[in-house]
Design a binder for this molecule. Structure first.
Ligand code: GLN
Ligand code: ZN
Length: 758
C-alpha cells in the first residue's frame, strides 16, 4: 500500500484568523489565552482537513515562523530578546519583531533579520550564532502539539528542521565558523528525537532542504557527521528535501543512514530514476508529486502513468506527498465563489491538493477504476485548460515570434543620451526625487475599498484620487523636489494593480499566502497569454504632469517583478510569460512617452529575488530577465529618461546584468549599508546614473541632515558626483505625512547644501 502524507499545512487560516489574532495580541487588545485558543482551533481544523492522510504533520504550525520555532526549541533565541519577566511567548515575539506587547519604548530590541526562505516569497527569521553559542532543548511546544494531536486521534508525524539546514540558514555575529557548532547541536537533536519517540512518534520528518543548494565539502561532510550520529536515535527519520534538484548531492542524500528520503519530484522529474537506483533497498522513498508552490490542478492521469511502474518496483516503500510544505499556497479553493467558473475548475489550493493525493493513492492501491469518476473529472478540467482559447492568443504569439531583433536596445549609448536628457530636463547636480508612492492614508484605502465594493461610483472615485494626486504634487513642489511623482494612491499593490488591468490574469478573494509573521500576500494568477487592452497608468500621470512645470515620472512595475510575485502558468517556461508581460509594459511606456512624459521609472524590486538556488542557473535566468526588462523599457527616444528601482539587494554578483539593463538612472536601497553596496558599482565602473537611498524608510526615525550629507559624500567617493541622485531608500506608502514632510525637507536641504560645495 502506498502511504500518503503531508509536509506542512498553511497555518494562517483560510480567513487569516491567525493574522488577526496575532495583531490583536500585539496591540494589547487580547491576551495569551485568546491567542492560544485561536491557534488551537486552527491546528485542529487543519488536522481534520488532512485526516484522510496516513501521516499528518505536527509541529508545522507556528505563531510566527518555523525557523524561529526551531531556534526556540534549541534554546537559541538571541540574548537581546530575553525579557525581564521570563515570559517565553513575549521573548519569542521580541526575537521576531524587536518588541512585545508590554515593552516600553526603551526596551525595544532590534528585530531579528529576515531573509527569503530558499527561492520562495516566504521570509524566515535568521538564526544567530557566535563561537560561544550553546544549545539546550526546549521541547515543550512540540511535545504539547504532539499530545494535542494524539488526543484528537491524529496519525502524527512531527516535523523539524534538520541540524545541518538549521546551521546553514543562520549567520554568525562574530565571523566564527557556524559549522563548528554542530558538535554541540547534535546531542540536543538526539535528545529531542528520543523524546518524540517516547511520545509515540514512529516517524519524524527532518527537513534538510539545504541539500538542493550548492554545498562545499565541509557542508557535505557535516551531513555525514550529523546523520551518522543521529542514527542511534529511536524514531525513523524521513530526510526531507524540496525546492530543487539534488544534483551532485544526490548520492549523499540517498546514502545517509536514515529510514526514508523525500524528494521534490515536481522540480526534479529528471532525477527520479537516479534516486531510485541509488536508494538502498530498505529505505522508504517519498515522492513529492503534487506541486506545493503553485495553484494548478495536477494532471492525475498523466502522473499515474509515471507512478504505476514506480509503485510496481517499490511497493510499500513508496510514499506520496506534495513536493514541499503547502505553506506556499492558499488554503481552500472552495471559498472562491466569485472566481470565473472556467478558471476555478483549473485550480487546486491546499485542501484540494491533498484530495488529489488521496485519489492518486487510491488509484495505485486499488486500481484506477476505484476512482474513475475523480480521474475523469480531473481529465476534463486539465483538458479544458489545455484547449481554452482564453489561455492562448494566436495573434500575440505570432507577434512575439516575429519581434524584430534589437527592440531591446536604445539608439544612442548612455553618454549621448544623458546629455540630451540634461538639456531637456535642466536638473541641478544632486537632483532630488522619491521612489514613487506617498503615504497611503486610511482615507485613500477607504475610497479604494468602497470603489471596489461598488459603493463609490467611478467618477467620484476618480475625482477623489485626483484630489490626492494634486495634494501630492503641491506637497512636493513646496518641498522643492526636482523630479516629482504622482504618489500612487490608486494602487493597492504594485503588482496587483497591473495584473488587474491585463488580460490573462485572474484574482482571488481569499488566496492569501503567508509572507512573514502576520503579513500575507495575495498573488494574482497569471493563467493565459498577456495582453494590454487599454493604457493602465496614462490618465493619472498625464493629470499629475498637467499640474506642474517640474517633470513628473511615469511609474510602472517591471515584467520580472510582476512575474516573480504572481502565481504563474506551468504550461510554458517562465521566460515566455515574462516576455509577454514585457511587451505589455512596453506598450504602456510608449503611450506615456507619446503623451510627453519625459521620465519613466520601471520598478524591478523582485529581480534579484528571482535568482535560482543554484549559481550555475543564474546566467540563464539573468539573460531572459534582463532581456525582458530591456524589451519593456528601451523602445523610447534617446531624450526620454528611463529609471529603474530595486529594493535591498546585494549587487556584487549581478552587477554585469544590472549594467546590461542600461537604465539611465537606477535608484537602490543603500542607507543601512552605509553606501557599501555602491562598491559593486564602483568596482565594475558602472557607467550610468545612480540614486543611492539616503535614508531608511522602514523606520519612523527622522533622518539627520548631516548624516545624509555624510552618506552622499561617501557615495561621491565611489561614483562621480555628477552621476548621483538623491532619494529615499524606497516608496513612502507605509509612512505618514508627519514623518514624510520633515524627512524629505531634510533630504532636499542636504542636497542643496552639497550643491553649494560643488
Ligand atoms: N514605486 C514603488 C513605491 O514607491 C516601489 C515599491 C518597491 O520598490 N517595493 O511604492
Ligand atoms: Zn523599493
Amino acid at each position: 500500500m502506498v502511504t500518503t502524507h503531508n509536509l506542512g499545512f498553511p497555518r494562517i487560516g483560510a480567513h487569516r484568523e491567525l493574522k488577526f489574532a496575532l495583531e490583536n495580541y500585539w496591540a494589547g487588545n487580547s491576551g495569551e489565552t485568546e491567542l492560544d485558543a485561536t491557534a488551537a482551533t486552527l491546528r485542529h481544523r487543519h488536522w481534520r482537513q488532512q485526516s484522510h492522510l496516513d501521516l499528518i504533520p505536527v509541529g508545522d504550525f507556528s505563531l510566527y515562523d518555523q525557523v524561529l520555532d526551531m531556534s526556540a526549541t534549541l534554546g537559541n533565541l538571541p540574548e537581546r530578546a530575553r525579557g525581564n519577566e521570563a515570559n517565553p511567548l513575549d521573548d519569542y515575539f521580541r526575537a521576531a519583531r524587536g518588541r512585545s506587547p508590554g515593552d516600553a519604548d526603551c526596551q525595544v530590541a532590534h528585530a531579528g533579520e529576515m531573509t527569503k526562505w530558499f527561492d520562495t516569497n516566504y521570509h524566515y527569521i535568521v538564526p544567530e550564532f557566535c563561537q560561544s553559542t550553546r544549545f539546550h532543548l526546549n521541547p515543550e511546544r512540540l511535545l504539547a502539539e504532539l499530545s494535542e494531536a494524539r488526543a484528537q486521534g491524529i496519525a502524527t508525524k512531527p516535523v523539524i528542521i534538520g541540524p545541518v539546514t538549521y546551521l546553514w540558514l543562520g549567520k554568525t555575529t562574530d565571523d566564527s565558523n557556524r559549522l563548528e557548532l554542530l558538535a554541540d547541536l547534535l546531542p540536543v537533536y538526539g535528545e529531542l528525537l528520543d523524546l518524540l519517540a517516547q511520545a509515540g512518534a514512529d516517524w519524524v520528518q527532518i527537513d534538510e532542504p539545504a541539500l538542493v543548494t550548492d554545498l562545499d565539502a565541509d557542508w557535505r561532510h557535516a551531513f555525514n557527521l550529523a546523520y551518522h550520529q543521529l542514527k542511534a536515535s529511536r524514531p525513523n527519520l524521513l530526510l526531507t528535501t524540496y525546492f530543487g534538484e539534488l544534483r551532485e548531492n544526490l548520492q549523499l542524500a540517498c546514502e545517509l543512514p536514515v529510514a526514508g528520503l523525500h524528494v521534490d519530484a515536481v522540480s526534479s522529474p529528471g532525477e527520479l530514476a537516479r534516486v531510485a537506483d541509488w536508494l538502498p533497498p530498505h529505505k522508504i522513498l517519498s515522492l513529492g508529486v503534487i506541486n506545493g508552490r503553485n495553484i494548478w490542478k495536477t494532471d492525475l492521469n498523466a502522473l499515474l502513468e509515471q507512478l504505476e511502474p514506480v509503485h510496481c518496483r517499490l511497493g510499500d516503500r513508496l510514499w506520496l506527498a506534495p513536493s514541499c510544505s503547502l505553506l506556499h499556497v492558499p488554503v481552500d479553493l472552495s471559498l472562491e465563489q466569485e472566481l470565473d467558473p472556467e478558471i476555478h475548475q483549473w485550480l487546486a489550493f491546499a485542501v484540494q491538493k491533498l484530495e488529489e493525493l488521496r485519489v492518486l493513492a487510491q488509484a495505485l492501491n486499488h486500481g484506477r477504476t476505484s476512482v474513475a469518476d475523480a480521474l475523469d473529472s480531473n481529465r476534463q478540467a486539465v483538458e479544458s485548460r489545455r484547449y481554452s482559447d482564453r489561455v492562448r492568443n494566436p495573434e500575440l504569439r505570432d507577434a512575439i515570434t516575429n519581434l524584430a531583433p534589437g527592440l531591446g536596445s536604445r539608439h544612442a549609448p548612455y553618454p549621448e543620451r544623458i546629455s540630451l536628457q540634461q538639456k531637456n530636463l535642466n536638473l541641478p547636480v544632486f537632483p532630488t526625487t522619491t521612489i514613487g508612492s506617498f503615504p497611503q492614508t486610511v482615507d485613500i484605502r477607504q475610497a479604494r475599498l468602497q470603489y471596489r465594493q461598488g459603493n463609490l461610483p467611478e467618477p467620484e472615485y476618480r475625482a477623489r484620487m485626483k484630489e490626492e494626486i494634486a495634494h501630492c504634487i503641491r506637497e512636493q513642489e513646496k518641498l522643492g523636489l526636482d523630479v516629482l511623482v504622482h504618489g500612487e494612491p490608486e494602487r493597492n499593490d504594485m503588482v496587483e494593480y497591473f495584473g488587474e488591468q491585463l488580460e490573462g490574469y485572474a484574482f482571488t478573494r481569499h488566496g492569501w499566502v503567508q509572507s512573514y509573521g502576520s503579513r500575507c500576500v495575495k498573488p494574482p494568477i497569471l493563467f493565459g497569454d498577456i495582453r494590454r487592452p487599454h493604457p493602465m497608468t496614462l490618465d493619472w500621470i498625464r493629470y499629475a504632469q498637467s499640474l506642474t512645470d517640474k517633470p513628473v515620472k511615469g511609474m510602472l512595475t517591471g515584467p520580472v517583478t510582476i512575474l516573480n510575485w504572481s502565481f504563474v502558468r506551468d504550461d510554458q517556461p517562465r521566460e515566455a510569460s515574462c516576455r509577454q508581460l514585457a511587451l505589455a509594459i512596453r506598450e504602456e511606456v510608449q503611450d506615456l512617452e507619446q503623451a510627453g512624459v519625459a521620465i519613466i521609472q520601471i520598478d524591478e524590486a523582485a529581480l534579484r529575488e528571482g535568482l535560482p538556488l543554484r549559481r550555475s542557473d543564474w546566467a540563464g535566468y539573468l539573460e531572459w530577465a534582463i532581456d525582458s526588462f530591456r524589451l519593456a523599457a528601451n523602445g523610447v527616444a534617446d531624450s526620454t529618461q528611463i529609471h529603474t528601482h530595486m529594493c535591498y539587494s546585494e549587487f556584487n554578483d549581478i552587477i554585469e546584468a544590472i549594467a546590461r539593463m542600461d537604465a539611465d538612472v537606477i535608484t537602490i536601497e543603500t542607507s543601512r549599508s552605509n553606501m557599501e553596496l555602491l562598491d559593486a558599482f564602483e568596482d565594475f565602473e558602472y557607467p550610468n546614473d545612480i540614486g543611492p537611498g539616503v535614508y531608511d524608510i522602514h523606520s519612523p526615525n527622522q533622518p539627520e541632515q548631516a548624516h545624509i550629507e555624510q552618506l552622499l559624500e561617501l557615495a561621491a567617493h565611489r561614483i562621480p558626483a555628477e552621476r548621483l541622485w538623491v532619494n529615499p531608500d524606497c516608496g513612502l506608502k507605509t509612512r505618514n505625512w508627519e514623518e514624510v514632510r520633515p524627512a524629505l525637507q531634510t533630504m532636499v536641504a542636504a542636497a542643496r547644501n552639497l550643491r553649494g560645495k560643488q
